[in-house]
Every structure is written in C-alpha cells, then in structure tokens.
Design a binder for this molecule. Structure first.
Ligand code: ADP
Ligand code: MG
Length: 596
C-alpha cells in the first residue's frame, strides 16, 4: 500500500507560515515591505492589541488587478523574480512569494486593492487559506490589507506570543528598521487608536529626529556628526554620536542597500574607533548606511534573519573604522590611505566560525558530604532566592556547596586592602582574594532583589526632578517596568508622549544622576531579551547594584571591608557574579609554599 501522500495546500502553507510569520512583527515587516516594493509614498500602519487582533497596512502603491489580487495569496506567486538567476541581483525587499500565502494561512485577511488604470477595485477575504469572498469594490488606488486574529487556527503559536508590551516593542523595532531607510516615504503608526509615530517625508537626518527625538527641537540629531566615505568597494554614510553625547542606552543601526542588518564584526569597528573616548559602559549611537554592489553580499534568503555576509569584510572593517575615526576628529587621515593593503590598521582577526572554548570549573574544596543546610543550619531562606534559580541551575554543583569562607572566620580575622581593588584575608586553605567592587555589587544585588520582591525600596524625593526623554520603543519598555521601578524606589511620572519626569530615586543612589542608571536598565533588559518579570527584575537589581557599588580604586577602612565580606559570605553563591565573573579567588597554601 502506498503511504506517501501530498499535503493539502492549506497544511503546507501553515507549515511554511511557521518559518516566515513567527509573530506580529514579522507579519508587519512583510506587509510594509510589500507596500514599499509597490512604490508607495505613504504607508499607514494600524495595530490593535500589539497585532494580536489587528494588523492593517494601507498604502498608495501600484495596487493589483483582479487576477493578481487572488494570485498574490498563492504560494510562490510573485511579481518580483522570474528565474533563479534573479535571486542574485535582488533590489526589491520581498522575492519569495511566500509572505501573503503564509499570512492568510494563519489569519483572517481582508484586502481591497485598485490600480490607477482600473475603475473598480477588488475586495478579497481569506480565512486560513480559504477564500470567503472576492468581489469588485470601490476603493482608492493602492492596497489596504487587514490581518485579523493572527494564529486564530494555530493555538500553539498564539500561546507562544509574549506580553502585549513585548510584542508591541517588537513591532516598533521592526518598523524602525524600515522607516529609517525610507525617509522619502511618509509613515504613521497607530496602536489602539493612539498615534505613536507620525513620520513625514524628509531627509535621513530628519527621519532619525522624528523617530528618536523631536522634529521641533532637533536636539537629538545635533548630537551626531556625519560620516561619509566613498571607495570603489563600498560607500559608507551616516551619523555617529559625538563621544561626549554617548549614553548607556545606545541606538545602533547598520543598513546595507536599504535593509537593516546586524553585524557584530562591523560594530566592533565602530567601537574600536571610539576606543578611549567613552566613559565605561557608555555605548556609541550610530546610524550607518552602506551601499555596495549586491553581488558582493550574501543576503540570507531566510526572511527572518538580519545577518548579512560580505565578500570582503576585513577591508570594509578598515574603511568603516577609518571613516568613523575621521569624523570624530581623532585622526586626520591622509586622503590617499590605501585600503587595499591590509594591516595598515590593526584589525581583529575574525574567526570563520565563532568558537567559544569550553570552560571547566574544578573546585578542590568540594565535599559532596557537606550540604548547605548542614553547614549553615540557620541560614534564612528568603523569597528573593528564587530570583537566582536560573543562575544557580547553570552553575557547577561544587560552587554552590562551597565552604571556602565561613562567617565566623571573617568576623575576627585581619583584612588588608591591596591595590585599591582587592580585599585580602587568610583562611584555613590559603590566602583569599576578593574583588571589592564585584563583592559589593553582589551584596547589593541580593539586597535590591529582595527589596523588589517585597516592594519596599526606600525612595528619596528629588528637589529638582530630572527629565528622561525616550524613543517610542523605550516608552513601551519602561511602561512595562514601571511597577518594579516603583517598587525599588523610582518615582516616575509621564510628562509627554516621549518623556518621563524622575521625581524620586532609590535612596541608595544618593547623589548620582538617575538618567544613566535608567538608561542602563533599559539597555540591559532589551539586550538580554528579558521578557518575564523575574528576568527584568534581575536586570533592574543588577544595574542598580553595578552603579551603586563602591568602585575599584576606592580605599576602604577595615570595618568597611569586614562589613562587605560578612555580607558577601552570607550569599548562597558568593564566588561568582550573576554573569559569571570571579569575585573570590583562593591562593592555596600549596601554591604559596611552592614559591619558596
Ligand atoms: P513577494 O513579496 O515575495 O513577491 P508576497 O507574498 O509578499 O511575495 O506578495 C506576493 C505578490 O503580491 C507580490 O509579488 C506583489 O506582486 C503582490 N503584492 C503584495 N502586496 C502588495 C501591495 N501592497 N501592493 C501591490 N502588490 C502587492
Ligand atoms: Mg513580500
């Protein structure tokens, strides 16, 4: 008996949809790219419930004929390539003819469309690949496509969606990637009847201002300098932030031939150009546009990937770094720099495949017969310890049942400070060296985490409130964090659609400005993709601990050192920071004796 059969189209489309349409943001990207490919000059995006119930894109592009309106939803139906050969010289955004077929497989789609030469337009409604109706209609030239109840027939996918705030943030991120390269197209973005972005036609710089700043004030872009380098290989243009205006929360954008891309190697080139010019933890913001012969890049044909491979990455690294340095006035480059000879500027070697060495921790003091409870029977268990769950799970068991330092030993022993950076003390096994900043940060982290869990952070009212200005994306993010920021002691009040007034700060921040701390929290939450309350609380506690911990280089009195060490050894895992850096290191007696 034959057992192989062809899947019905509706099933095949649903499977394919999983690849192309993972969340509302990917759907939005496909729709807006189609509008751009159709030559639209005005694109409106209307969203409800972060795209869960409605994603609508209205354009004034070329529209479709009655026949094409139906064909557009078939798989591999495209007006953009005809032969496999065309794939290599792509200039349009979409090309696989898969997006609309995928979207209509997993949503209820209603589209009206009309070409300029047609009297009447076409209305077509498709639910889960089934055509419900198709009829003539009267509508303006262009295409209006409404995607309702995404994943209505794929409960697993629906469940997989994150909170509305996260999905809205993803939508905005995707939207930024597009609008920043199309300043000659006007865009609006409406969410739940509120206009979040209104972007008129303008220059690239005006577009950046409209997204991240305020077009009436032009403060945002005045913090940037232009870069512009044309070579035979590549053209590099854009804007990089003046070092003195860098912040902890950076906007970092690379675009190539009108597409957003991620490129860690080129990011390194920009960071290298800034080296020595930024305060620790500050990041350069930049908007850099590359133009290159499409044959010299490999646009991953996977639609959801944003990594792009260049034929000559090392040369471009060099050009990019030189261009940024020149703009920053760090070097006045001779105009005849020869970009063809490699090695005139140090270039970090890029491994073909990033390989991370496995690290193995061996703890010689590990004794499997000691359990934590047996050593510290009276150790209090607090709610905040669950915050460490994720971290602890990844740690080798030996570190958790560590008994290197006991609180009793620490209370009476002698303590020294070394190099303004380390606390030294004797122990039963040798000389213990403690990194003072990390130790204090770990102690504070636990304390902040506990305060967060119990919503009992002490707040200090500010006499002169500070103003924090944010992008729409960050406005969404901060709204999500607001209850927890409040719990830890921030008193924030929304001032305008793009700013908050900081009226109070956690008491521990004392006289420090809250702005860099809040920026760092936003940056961390976003970078780490913290998406659950537990994860973002961890980032809030970490950022606060990092900022308020005593710095390296500060001299400490013996009571101060003792206080830190006693509090440190009470933590369930005090040898490493949450991100794996060493806090406590032991120079064993054996090692010491060997030296003599
Ligand atoms: P692709 O963009 O890869 O060709 P899609 O499934 O996204 O595949 O779209 C299929 C076809 O439908 C496109 O090639 C285009 O001809 C047509 N189309 C889609 N959206 C629009 C639009 N907004 N305006 C005009 N034509 C469109
Ligand atoms: Mg498309």
């Amino acid at each position: 008996m034959d057992i192989i059969h062809l899947l019905p189209d509706s099933v095949a489309n649903q499977i394919a949809a999983g690849e192309v349409i993972q969340r509302p943001a990917s759907c939005l990207k496909e729709l807006v790219e189609n509008s751009l490919d159709a030559g639209a000059t005005r694109i409106q995006v209307i969203v409800r419930d972060a795209g869960r119930t409605l994603l609508q894109v209205i354009d004034d592009g070329i529209g479709m004929s009655e026949m094409d309106a139906r064909l557009a939803f078939e798989r591999h139906a495209t007006s953009k390539i005809r032969e496999a050969q065309d794939l290599f010289s792509l200039r349009t955004m979409g090309f696989r003819g898969e997006a609309l077929a995928s979207i209509c497989a997993v949503a209820q789609v209603e589209m009206t469309t009309r070409r300029a030469e047609d009297e009447t337009g076409t209305l077509i409604e498709i639910h889960g690949s089934d055509v419900i109706r198709q009829e003539p209609c009267s509508c303006p030239v262009g295409t209006n496509i409404k995607v309702s109840n995404l994943f209505f027939n794929v409960p697993v996918r629906r469940k997989f969606l994150k909170t509305d705030q996260t999905e809205l943030r993803n939508l905005l991120t995707e939207f930024y990637h597009i609008v920043l390269v199309y300043p000659k197209v006007s865009f609006t973005f409406v969410h739940n009847d509120e206009i979040l972005l209104e972007l008129p036609i303008g220059t690239e710089k005006q577009r950046i201002e409209a997204v991240f700043g305020n077009p009436k004030r032009n403060v945002y872009t005045s913090a940037f300098v232009d870069i512009n380098t044309q070579t035979e290989l590549v053209s590099v243009r854009g804007f990089v932030i003046k070092p003195e205006n860098a912040t902890k929360k950076a906007e970092q954008y690379f675009f190539v031939n009108g597409r957003y891309m991620r490129h860690p190697y080129f990011l390194k080139a920009v960071q290298t150009a800034y080296s020595g010019m930024l305060t620790a933890d500050y990041q350069p913001s930049f908007f850099i546009y590359f133009d290159i012969n499409p044959e010299a890049i490999d646009v991953n044909i996977h639609p959801t990937k944003t990594e792009i491979k260049f034929a000559d990455e090392q040369a471009i690294f060099q050009i990019l770094m030189a261009s940024v340095r020149e703009a920053l006035g760090k070097f006045t480059l001779a105009p005849t720099i020869d970009f063809d000879t490699r090695g005139s500027i140090d270039i970090p070697v890029m491994p073909e495949q990033p390989v991370s060495k496995p690290t193995i921790h061996v703890d010689t003091t590990y004794n499997p017969f000691h359990t934590r409870g047996a050593i510290y029977p009276d150790k209090p268990t607090k709610g905040w310890e669950t915050l460490y769950d994720g971290i602890l799970e990844e740690r080798p068991q030996s570190e958790i049942t560590d008994d290197l330092l006991r609180p009793a030993d620490v209370e009476s022993c002698t303590l020294w400070q070394y190099g303004g950076k380390y606390i030294l003390l004797p122990s039963a096994n040798g000389l213990v060296m403690i990194h003072q900043h990390r130790a204090h940060a770990a102690v504070l982290f636990a304390q902040f985490a506990e305060q967060l869990a119990n919503t009992q952070g002490a707040m200090q009212q500010l006499l002169f409130p500070e103003v924090l200005t944010l992008s729409q994306e960050d406005m969404v993010l901060i709204a999500q964090l607001l209850p927890d920021l409040k719990a830890i002691g921030f008193d924030l009040e929304q001032l305008s659609p793009d700013s908050y007034s900081i009226n109070g700060i956690p008491a521990q921040l004392a006289n420090q400005s809250a702005i860099p701390v809040l920026q760092q929290i936003l940056q961390q939450v976003q970078e780490r993709g913290a998406d659950t309350q537990r994860e973002w609380r961890e980032q809030i506690a970490l950022s606060l601990a990092e900022t308020t911990a005593i710095p390296s280089g500060k001299s400490l009195t013996e009571p101060e050192m003792r206080d830190i060490v006693i509090r440190l050894v009470q933590l369930s895992n005090y040898r490493r920071t949450a991100d794996g850096k060493t806090i406590v290191s032991l120079l064993t007696d054996e090692e010491i004796n060997k030296r003599f």
